[in-house]
Design a protein around this ligand. Structure first.
Ligand code: ADP
Ligand code: MG
Length: 253
């Protein structure tokens, strides 16, 4: 993608669960080389929005255009193949596999073959390439020394970094991170912010949900604030931080 190109454009995203409007007419877009943070109180609808955008769930109404193609209703696998990678609010690794194997699964996803086909019919050269890519991504997040450890044996902060390495190993042009800084120590948060900044410099579009305000305000180009399923503010970090509607949502003032 060209720098500044619109990668994802979502219009009027609405998701109803029975009588609850978890997303209510939400519109946003993300460009290549940009970090957009989605913030808002618990239950605001942030994870639901990510599920609509990544094909995990289907919106009740609204349109999603991903890289110029209509995408609402696409499967997560189809979205992944077109260049979307995501992490989840709760870590989803294969705990019995090694750190390297978990990262290599991400590298598989960008191949044209399905994962199972790839595991069954991978030739030696391809396998070596995937492992090399996985090692490269692990080095990027500072986990190179943990390659042979069981993923489940890592502390939570490192498991989060491994999830991001796995997502990035798929070489996405859009990366969705759901609360990536949750449970990280201060130094790990700084490392993570540095990593996300480098991804942005490489031209990736990054959309992240995050609770840690300092983390968001220091990193995001734009901030999108939700409450009760709706947008309540949207703009540059400093402007959003000073917005009375945002203060009210957070402080209940
Ligand atoms: P956030 O990530 O901002 O904390 P969520 O998107 O997880 O919020 O949830 C938004 C609202 O939608 C909450 O009230 C939640 O209980 C509800 N919700 C989310 N997923 C479902 C579901 N699968 N079925 C019913 N209600 C749901
Ligand atoms: Mg959530």
């Amino acid at each position: 993608p060209r720098p500044g190109e619109v990668i994802l454009d979502a219009r009027g995203i609405t998701r109803r669960f029975g009588g609850l409007l978890a997303n209510d007419d939400v519109s946003l877009s993300v460009r290549a080389g940009e970090v957009l943070a989605v913030i808002g109180p618990n239950g605001a609808g942030k994870s639901t929005l990510f599920n609509q955008l990544s094909g995990v769930d289907r919106p009740t109404a609204g349109t999603i255009v991903f890289r110029g193609q209509l995408a609402a209703g696409s499967s997560p696998r189809a979205m992944a193949r077109h260049g979307l990678a995501r992490t989840f609010q709760h870590v989803r690794l294969l705990p019995e596999l090694t750190v390297l194997e978990n990262a290599a699964i991400g590298a598989h996803l960008r191949g044209r073959k399905g994962l199972v086909a790839a595991m069954l019919r991978l030739d030696r050269r391809e396998e070596a390439q995937l492992l090399a890519e996985a090692r490269r991504q692990l080095a990027r997040v500072g986990l190179a020394a943990r390659c042979d450890d069981r993923a489940g044996s890592l502390p939570l902060g490192q498991q989060r970094l491994l999830e991001i390495a796995r997502a990035v190993a798929a070489d996405p042009c859009l990366l969705l991170l759901d609360e990536p800084a949750a449970g990280l120590r201060f130094e790990e948060k700084q490392e993570l912010a540095g990593l996300i900044d480098r991804l942005r410099c490489d031209g990736m579009a990054v959309l992240l949900v995050e609770h840690d305000m300092d983390f968001v305000m220091g990193l995001a180009d734009r901030v999108f604030v939700m409450d009760f399923g709706r947008e309540i503010a949207h703009g540059r970090p400093a402007d959003v931080q000073a917005d009375p509607a945002v203060l009210e949502a957070y402080l209940g003032a």
